[in-house]
Design a protein around this ligand. Structure first.
Ligand SMILES: [Zn+2]
Length: 113
């Protein structure tokens, strides 16, 4: 029987530079998203150091949202001033490259097997 791969659970936080940013998902407390911006998939609230993520039935979209909001956090931390469109496209590009180059990312980030 083939060994089942261990599934990595959804991140509860992400460290960006010196900041620890909490990640909360819809169903936990996402009133801020749902109430004020119904079309928004996620939101970085830098002053609270929190990323709100609306969870999709499509897990890939949830993952994209997590990375997208993290890219906003990186943008703020690095003071690059990227546009929404640049964040969107860089996120999509990073996911595209990441999915097709697992060994590359293991090497770059020194991930253990
Ligand atoms: Zn955005």
């Amino acid at each position: 029987m083939a060994a089942r791969k261990k599934r990595v659970s959804k991140p509860k936080s992400v460290k960006v530079g010196v900041q620890d940013i909490d990640i909360v998902y819809s169903g936990e407390y996402s009133d801020a998203i749902v109430t004020y911006e119904p079309m928004v998939q996620g939101k970085l609230v830098p002053e609270l150091k929190v990323i709100h993520v609306y969870e999709h039935n499509n897990e890939d979209m949830t993952k994209n949202t997590i990375l997208h909001e993290t890219m906003h956090a990186i943008d703020q931390f690095m003071n690059t001033g990227l546009s929404e469109e640049q964040i969107l496209q860089l996120t999509n590009g990073l996911i595209l490259v990441g999915r097709n180059n697992k060994d590359f990312f293991k090497y770059i980030f020194c991930m253990e097997e």
